[in-house]
Design a protein around this ligand. Sequence first.
Ligand code: GLC
Length: 552
Amino acid sequence: MTWWKKSVVYQIYPRSFYDSNGDGLGDIRGIIEKLDYLEKLGIDVIWLSPVYESPQDDNGYDISDYRNIWSKFGTNEDMFELIDKAHEKNIKIVMDLVANHTSDEHKWFVESKKSKDNPYRDYYFWRDEKNNWESYFSGPAWQFDETTGQYYLHLFTKKQPDLNWENPVVRNEIWDMMKFWMDKGVDGWRMDVISSISKYTDFPDYDLEEGEIGIGDYHTNGPKLHDYIKEMNKEVLSKYDCMTVGEAPGSSPENALLFCGKDRDELNMIFTFDHMDLDRNMDSEIGKWSLRDLDLVEFKETLEAWQTSLYNKGWNSLYLENHDQARVVSRWGNDKEYRKESAKMFALVYQMMQGTPYIYQGQEIGMVNTDFDIEDYKDVEIRNAYKDLVLERKLTTKEDFMKAVHRISRDNARTPMQWNDSSNGGFTSGEPWLKVNPSYKTINVEESLADEDSIFYFYKKLIDQRHDDDMITDAEFRLVDKDNKKVFAYERYLGDKSILIIANFYSEPVDFDLDTYKLEDYRLDLSNYKDMVADGNKISLRPYEAIMLKNY
Ligand code: GLC
């Protein structure tokens, strides 16, 4: 079954969604209370970021018990109730499968580090020597452990040791755990850094200067990656009617088909990073913290490559925000006078492509980035990078680093959901775990629901489009006026039918000539302005104006 092709997914970051008991953290009962809201938006699937037991070094992406819900989020019974109540509303639940690594407090690791002959020793990678791999969260990817005098591998923090998937016992543990949740009604998985589960087990050094460490091709797409995913599909996924999306750093439109190609029996789709990395110099010494302006033509060509390469062969996931990315209106749009226009423009542009769209909590009301001081950020990635790049290695200044934090860091997306204009944006009656964005006074759910012209209702219309018009799911994609530096325009076409999406990406007005298309053949189906201004075949686009034209 391919229900996921007509589905729109809503991502919930539980600790920041809604706090039902006043402890300052969102929880599962809070999600249950807000199901009516999600039903109103019209989404089909909820993807829940991790809710399992965890010391929370990386906000739950460090799991210490896969089969129990973290007590501050609730109980297993709460989770089962959420699954049932969501199902009653025809909303499916997808959980986060974080199986590249566990927490160092998981009993497997606690055992593993005890001795070299412990039965759990081979659940992780232990070596006498470390190589020059860097962790994604700063510092070496190997941590020395005194008990046995060896190093263990951790691609993320040292509290997130990497599991050894070479060991069939580990794989079976994962399959059993997946079945445990799926037997409770879970409808699928978002798979955390799935492209890293197979390692180059000879751990080859990168070509670097003595003493340097780095991140490169060996961090992803290891030799047995697809064997493992195929095995997972055979042992688990094929037995359920489920949806799967793999987070796949290091993927290209070509190797995406290895994951989601029609005949591959692996996953339904993957998340690419290609379009999200275009506003930073990933190769620079300070990696993602080195900013550059987004080049619209490059952005269009990147998305085009994914749209065309996967057409009829695989399936795309469509996203601009998640818990690891900043708020798109602040990052690439205008979060001041054109906040509403630019939020709707992005929505129209990405949602009307082919694939399964993901909406990250708060995106549907146009939430914006933060400009906190360094002390107010909680994210381990920000904190480690600040210490490493600014304080210790002095590779950048605090000022430049903070500019990057305010533009692209993960905590921008993790501030509590803004429900209304009461204290803490109605998120909690207690002390929120991370500061609420002060914008809650004007940007909040209550305001959005009361305004029929809001971003929320615009998203709702886009979701209806995906449900009602097969062109959105089936039609082919081509860029229109590809080299235009101001306008993102594309066509979805199939047989005689054609949809044109035309969007002014910036705050200056711009004229757009339809060229070989005839405006008289089309009607305006959706827009973020009240009308359309055109003269002959020339459309005058106002700031961030985005329109959808249909010839049928
Ligand atoms: C993924 C998650 C991110 C997490 C990391 C380690 O990239 O999306 O939030 O920190 O994996 O699990």
